[in-house]
Design a protein around this ligand. Structure first.
Ligand code: IMP
Ligand code: MG
Length: 196
């Protein structure tokens, strides 16, 4: 897996420092807004590692409600439009005015975040705050409202720290780009990823 890496964009030490810093900022803002018991909504699957690290720096009583969104079917590297997947979530139908913090891995076209925010508002969230690990420097991402961004990155495809290519590489501790041969090999069926 390590040999598939092209460039390390953000290493584990930088991630750890920034996650701690962002959590302190969020905790401060929640305290200012008098939100004591936020409901955390990690968007599956990509945000699971970021969310796990971030929430362990929050001093609040938090409840976790998972939501599952599909936007890159199969090996696609271009977002195909986001849909909410009913299974594998414990998001209640009625949020009863709770204060929600949505956590996603990456803001790309912005479709996922918009869909989730609309869904949460429709289900009766009292307030919705949004937090992403990464935001790509492309116009659609920059035009999407978001409250917290850990890192702005160039418009390149990245994996690691929860982000996947074809559902692999989520367990890489750093945020990296992949060698072109790996991506080409996987998409035209030549060698590459396990099981291909
Ligand atoms: P959006 O709906 O286009 O903003 O896409 C967001 C989702 O697409 C993310 O939650 C990721 O699952 C996926 N995605 C977007 N860019 C990348 C990337 O560079 N690497 C891996 N997944 C990505
Ligand atoms: Mg993904």
């Amino acid at each position: 897996m390590e040999t598939d890496i092209d460039t390390v964009l953000i290493d584990r030490a930088e991630i750890a420092i920034r996650v701690r810093e962002l959590a302190a900022q969020i905790a401060g803002d929640l305290a200012t807004a008098d939100v004591r018991h936020p409901t955390i909504v990690p968007i599956l699957t990509g945000s699971f590692i970021f969310a796990a690290d971030l929430i362990r720096h929050l001093p609040n009583y938090v409840q976790i409600r998972l939501i599952s969104i599909s936007s890159y079917p199969g090996t696609a590297m271009v977002s195909q439009g986001a849909t909410v997947k009913g299974q594998l979530t414990n998001l209640p139908d009625h949020l009863g005015g709770s204060d929600v913090l949505v956590i996603d891995d990456i803001l790309d076209s912005g479709r996922t975040l918009r869909l989730v925010v609309e869904t949460l508002e429709r289900r009766g969230a009292g307030s919705v705050r949004t937090c992403v690990l990464l935001r790509k420097q492309r116009p659609e991402a920059m035009a999407t409202p978001v409250d917290y961004v850990a890192f702005d990155i160039p418009d390149v495809f990245v994996v690691g720290y929860g982000l996947d290519f074809n559902d692999y590489y989520r367990n890489l501790p750093d945020i990296v780009s992949l060698r072109e041969e790996v991506i080409e090999g996987a998409s035209d069926g030549r060698a590459g990823l396990p099981g291909q």
